[in-house]
Design a protein. Structure first.
Length: 441
C-alpha cells in the first residue's frame, strides 16, 4: 500500500498532474486554501473512514434485500410499489448529491456529513414505523438523500487527500472494507427478517447511522483544502457543471461506473425475489447466498490494488473487462435455459462482482481526479448519473420480474457487456486524462 503520513501531507500541500496532456488554462478563480488537519490522517485511517462512509450504501440496500418479500406480504403490496422502495432510494440518492456536492465545496465536508447522517437516522426511524408501502417509499427516499451526503463526501475526500492513482489505491482498500460490510448486511438482514420481521432490518440501519454520526463527530477532521464561497452560486455552478461534463476523462469514468453499478443494482433489487420467490430459499439462506457476492467483490478490490501500480487505472479496468465479458456471456446462457439452480444463478454474479471490484475504485477515483478544487461537485455529478441509471433499471425490473430468472439474467448480462465495452473504448482512450481542470469563475 503506497503512501505515508509524509506523502499524504505532501499531497495535501502540493497536488500535481500525472498527465502528459496539454495543460489547461489557469483558473481565474482562486479559492482560499483552508487549514489541512487531514495531513495528519494516515492512509489506513483514511481508508477506514472511507469504508464506513461508503459502507452506509450497502447497509441501506443489502439489509433490505431479504426483507422485500416480507414487506410485500405484511403491507399487502404488489411487486411494483415494493420495488419502488429501492428505486426511490436510489433516485433521491442521486438527486440529493447535486445539492450536497456544491455545498460540500462551499462549507467543507464535515458539516455536510453530519447534516446528511442526521437526516438518514430520522428517515430510518420513519420507515420502521410506516403503516403502508407508500410511506415506506417516502421514508426510503429521505434515507437515500441522507445517505448521499456520506457517499459524495467520501469520494470528494479521496481527491482532497490524494492524486488519482494513489487515490484509487486507497479507494480499493476502502472498498475491501465495504465488501466486508456487504457480506454481513444481507446475512444479518435475513436473520432479522426471519426472527423479527422486515422492520427490524430498517431499525438496524438507523442504529448504524447513529453510530457513524457519532464517529464522524468525534474523530474526523475537515479534509477540504479549499472552500469556495461561489460554489453554490447559480452561474459559477452552471459553468462548473458544463466544464465537468465536457471533460472526456470524467465522461469515460462516469460511464464505466454507471454501467457497472447498473448491473449490481439489478442484483440488489432482484436477487431477493429470484432466490426466495423463484428458487424457494428461506430468507436466512437467501441472505447468506447474497453475501457470497461480496466475497468475490473483495477479491476484485485486491486485484485492483495489485494491478494499478503495474497497469494504471485504464489498464486495470481493461483487464477486469474480461471478467465482465465472461459474466455477461454466462448470464445470457442462464436466460436462455431459465435454470433454477443456485449455482447457475450465482456463478455469473460472482464473475460480475470480481470485475466490479476493479471497476468501482478506479472509476470513482478517476471521475474526481481532474477536479481538486471542485471535488464535491464532480463527485456529486458522477453519483447522480449513476443513480439515475439505477433508478431507470429499477423501474424496468419492477415491471419485468415474471417468476423466472430471465429478466434478472438479461439485465445483468446487458450491463456486463456494456461495462466491458466502455472499459475497452472510452476508458482506454480518455481514462488517463487526469490533468487538473480549472475552476469556473
Amino acid at each position: 500500500m503506497p503512501g505515508s503520513r509524509a506523502a499524504t501531507a505532501a499531497a495535501v500541500a502540493a497536488p500535481t498532474s500525472t498527465s502528459t496532456s496539454t495543460p489547461t488554462p489557469t483558473s481565474t478563480s482562486t479559492p482560499a486554501p483552508s487549514a489541512a488537519p487531514a495531513a495528519l490522517l494516515s492512509p489506513a485511517f483514511a481508508a477506514l473512514v472511507l469504508a464506513l462512509l461508503m459502507g452506509l450504501q450497502p447497509v441501506t440496500t443489502d439489509l433490505m434485500l431479504p426483507a422485500l418479500p416480507a414487506l410485500a406480504a405484511d403491507l399487502h403490496a404488489p411487486m411494483a410499489p415494493v420495488q419502488l422502495t429501492m428505486a426511490a432510494l436510489i433516485l433521491a440518492f442521486g438527486l440529493a448529491q447535486l445539492v450536497w456536492g456544491p455545498l460540500a465545496d462551499r462549507v467543507g465536508r464535515r458539516p455536510v456529513l453530519l447534516a446528511g447522517l442526521a437526516l438518514y437516522v430520522a428517515a430510518s426511524a420513519g420507515a420502521a414505523l410506516a403503516g403502508n408501502v407508500l410511506a415506506v417509499v417516502a421514508w426510503r427516499a429521505l434515507q437515500g438523500a441522507g445517505m448521499s451526503a456520506a457517499v459524495v463526501c467520501a469520494r470528494a475526500m479521496v481527491r482532497d487527500l490524494y492524486e488519482p492513482h494513489e487515490g484509487a489505491m486507497v479507494m480499493a482498500r476502502a472498498l475491501t472494507g465495504l465488501g466486508l460490510l456487504a457480506i454481513i448486511s444481507p446475512t444479518l438482514g435475513g436473520v432479522l427478517v426471519a426472527n423479527f420481521g422486515w422492520r427490524a432490518a430498517v431499525v438496524a440501519m438507523g442504529v448504524t447511522g447513529a453510530a457513524l454520526t457519532t464517529f464522524i463527530a468525534l474523530r474526523l477532521p475537515e479534509t477540504a483544502r479549499f472552500q469556495r464561497p461561489a460554489a453554490t452560486h447559480l452561474r459559477p455552478l452552471l459553468r462548473q457543471l458544463g466544464a465537468t461534463l465536457r471533460h472526456p476523462g470524467f465522461r469515460a469514468w462516469t460511464a464505466l461506473v454507471s454501467c457497472s453499478y447498473g448491473g449490481l443494482f439489478i442484483f440488489l433489487a432482484g436477487s431477493g425475489f429470484v432466490l426466495i420467490g423463484v428458487l424457494g430459499l428461506a430468507p436466512g439462506w437467501a441472505g447468506l447466498v447474497m453475501s457470497s457476492c461480496s466475497i468475490t467483490y473483495i477479491g476484485g478490490t485486491l486485484l485492483c490494488r495489485r494491478w494499478i501500480p503495474r497497469l494504471g487505472l485504464a489498464g486495470a479496468v481493461g483487464r477486469a473487462g474480461w471478467f465482465s465479458l465472461a459474466a455477461g456471456a454466462a448470464m445470457f446462457m442462464l436466460a436462455a435455459t431459465d435454470s433454477r439452480s443456485v449455482v447457475a444463478v450465482m456463478l455469473p454474479v460472482w464473475l460480475y462482482a470480481l470485475g466490479h471490484g476493479v471497476h468501482m475504485p478506479c472509476g470513482q477515483a478517476g471521475a474526481v481526479g481532474p477536479f481538486p478544487k471542485a471535488a464535491g461537485l464532480s463527485s456529486a455529478l458522477a453519483g447522480f448519473v449513476t443513480a439515475a441509471v439505477a433508478f431507470g433499471i429499477g423501474l424496468w425490473l419492477g415491471r419485468s420480474l415474471d417468476g423466472t430468472v430471465r429478466p434478472f439474467a438479461l439485465g445483468m448480462g446487458s450491463a456486463a457487456l456494456l461495462t466491458a465495452l466502455v472499459a475497452w473504448t472510452l476508458v482506454r482512450r480518455d481514462g488517463e486524462r487526469v490533468q487538473v481542470a480549472p475552476v469556473a469563475a
